[in-house]
Design a protein. Structure first.
Length: 304
């Protein structure tokens, strides 16, 4: 192992440990609720899929970098590169999907509370939970070409165009099928992001209107108490902003690896660290603000 790689290896290992501990501190109580027969709210069911996807994002994204930093890069072959990159693409797509559903669900929750809207909320909530389960079947199919195009660092096959993805590489197939596949992936990601932005803007407008109403109701001597809906909305907004920032780092990394034939490894390591900040810090934002999660089953989730 090169001594210069030790700090980066420790950083990636620490990030992985913190992220896995945080996500599983939320996921384990949801798993135990399945065996105890305790029913979960729709938001908790979405969080269960989100934390599982975030755990897979961290593991699949950071494992190759840790291996190289610790001097185990010779173990990276075609199979391991295909497995880690494919798992990362699938889990990241599911994480984007669940984050979008979570923001839309919260936007619907704080909307009008009339009887007509309540019926719509119940039906939409069931569809969202079903959509989270189906995403584990749809996104592996959508990202199946990622496992075909990835090769290991020791593969010396002659290819026309190859993009370095850090320690692994991807073969570029210039044909109509590849263009349609990339267009489909960009469309789904863009659709999720647009829905997240719409839900965020809608929730901000609701919060501002609610705050202006409270200023007329409460006197200056009484401080209005923050409602659980407002607290949950602010949490979702924080998650969305963090996700957009992390997704932007991933997008910049893709542009950098495509634009340069031999990208610098230390730049890729920095973007990789920033790219995995959302799945790492997401559970701690939820633990700090989410009161509906079954926290009593796990000491890390208890509010002091």
């Amino acid at each position: 192992m090169v001594p210069e790689n030790l700090p980066m290896g420790i950083l990636f290992f620490s990030q992985t440990a913190v992220g896995i501990l945080g996500n599983w501190s939320i996921l384990l109580p949801y798993i135990t609720s399945v065996f105890t027969g305790k029913s979960l709210m729709p938001k908790d069911q979405i969080l269960r899929h989100l934390t599982l996807a975030n755990s897979l994002v961290i593991i699949s994204r950071v494992i190759p970098h840790i291996m190289v930093q610790l001097g185990l890069g010779y173990l990276l072959g075609d199979l391991l590169c295909k497995l880690t990159l494919y798992s990362n693409r699938v889990s990241r797509a599911i994480s984007l999907h669940c984050t979008c559903l979570l923001s839309c669900f919260q936007a619907i929750t704080i909307s009008s509370s009339s009887s007509r809207w309540m019926k719509l909320k119940n039906s939409v909530s069931k569809c969202m939970v079903l959509s989270c389960s189906l995403s584990w079947l749809v996104h592996p199919l959508l990202n199946s070409r990622a496992a075909i195009s990835v090769i290991g660092p020791h593969n010396n096959n002659n290819v026309t165009k190859k993009i370095k993805l850090g320690h692994c590489s991807a073969i570029v197939f210039v044909n109509t099928v590849t263009g349609l596949h990339l267009s489909l992936l960009c469309f789904t990601d863009g659709l999720y992001l647009c829905l997240m932005i719409w839900a965020s803007v809608f929730m901000v407008s609701i919060l501002c209107r609610h705050k202006s109403q409270l200023q007329h109701i409460h006197s200056a001597q009484h401080t209005p108490r923050v409602s659980p809906e407002d607290r949950a909305t602010k949490t979702i907004l924080t998650l969305v902003c963090t996700f957009v920032l992390s997704y932007s780092m991933s997008f910049i990394l893709v542009i950098y690896t495509v634009a340069f034939d031999n990208p610098r490894l230390w730049i890729i390591n920095i973007f990789t660290f920033l790219d995995t900040c959302f799945p790492t810090f997401c559970p701690f934002i939820l633990i700090h603000n989410n009161k509906s999660a079954p926290k009593n089953h796990f000491p890390c989730c208890r509010r002091r």
